[in-house]
Design a protein around this ligand. Structure first.
Ligand code: F3S
Length: 290
């Protein structure tokens, strides 16, 4: 029996960087992040243990505490408010998101900017803040079809958007303007993890996806794998059930972009123990039957 691990799984570059910056900041005094740093309760609990609070607004920050901006980034108004109150900032905005923010600020000066993505996602809300009023969000092809005609349009994407969705909407936008400037701001970390999970689930009899139940990228991995073989989403190794592995010869393992290596390793170890026990039981049964 075998465990096949997805070669691209777990923390992406931007999330890893944000956690490291937060952990370093906590050594220099009180710190709080504006919203949970990551969609993973175990990591949030770990960071809370390190003295990093989660707050919903700058007003909740304790006097003198450092403010951590998470990888999704924030709108310029947040920086202005922090500067006005002399709040020390730890800016963990992912450099790929920063690039999208810079492009949004630039492109919206002379074009109507379309941001393709989830309008409720903090990254998109931050980007819209950089673009100002000369921008709007499009989530679906149907929304793009309802747009009127503009002399000039620019378009960019939420970094985690599937490229197929972006291309489909870009194609539609071409018929809504005389001039379209396209900025492909999609980060490959998401698609690499999805491709890797799909490839493993093709070969496995069962997939284990490790990650937060509230993490959209983890749930997406669950849905991709679930199309190929029985799939279970778990947050920690304790949730693994021996019964899932009853008829399994090859078990696949992947993890969302907000899952730390230590949780993935714990799950891998527990899966190895389950499969080893199963091998031993089968050997005993064969021995007794011979
Ligand atoms: Fe950054 Fe890409 Fe991760 S944009 S936060 S490296 S998914």
């Amino acid at each position: 029996m075998e465990i096949i691990r997805a070669d691209k799984a777990g923390f992406c570059f931007g999330v890893k960087r944000a956690i490291e910056m937060a952990a370093k900041a906590s050594k220099n005094g009180d710190a709080a992040s504006l919203g949970p740093l990551i969609h993973n309760q175990q990591v949030v609990d770990y960071l809370t243990g390190q003295g990093i609070q989660v707050i919903d607004s700058i007003e909740e920050l304790q006097p003198g505490a450092q403010l951590i901006i998470r990888s999704h980034g924030i709108a310029p108004a947040g920086y202005e408010s922090a500067a006005h109150k002399n709040i020390p900032l730890i800016d963990a905005t992912c450099p790929f998101v920063q690039k999208a923010q810079r492009l949004a600020a630039e492109a919206s000066k002379s074009n109507m900017l379309i941001v393709v993505g989830d309008r409720n996602h903090p990254e998109v809300q931050g980007i819209l803040g950089w673009a100002g009023s000369h921008s709007r969000v499009v989530e679906t092809l149907e929304e793009a079809q309802r747009l009127s005609f503009f002399s000039k349009l620019a378009v960019l994407a939420q970094t985690t958007l599937p490229r197929s969705t972006f291309l489909e909407i870009v194609e539609e936008l071409k018929s809504h303007t005389e001039q379209l400037i396209i900025y492909d701001t999609i980060c490959n970390a998401t698609s690499e993890r999805q491709d890797s999970a799909a490839e493993v689930s093709e070969r496995a009899d069962l997939m284990i996806v490790v990650g937060g139940r509230h993490s959209s990228n983890t749930r997406k991995l669950e849905s991709i794998c679930g199309k190929k073989c029985p799939t279970h989403l778990i947050e920690t190794a304790d949730e693994l059930q021996q019964i899932w592995f009853a008829d399994v010869r090859k078990a696949g393992l992947t993890a969302g972009a907000s899952t730390p290596d230590w949780i993935i390793e714990e799950v891998y170890k527990r899966m190895s123990e389950i499969l080893e026990n199963k091998d031993n039981e089968e050997t005993m049964e064969n021995f007794e039957g011979s």
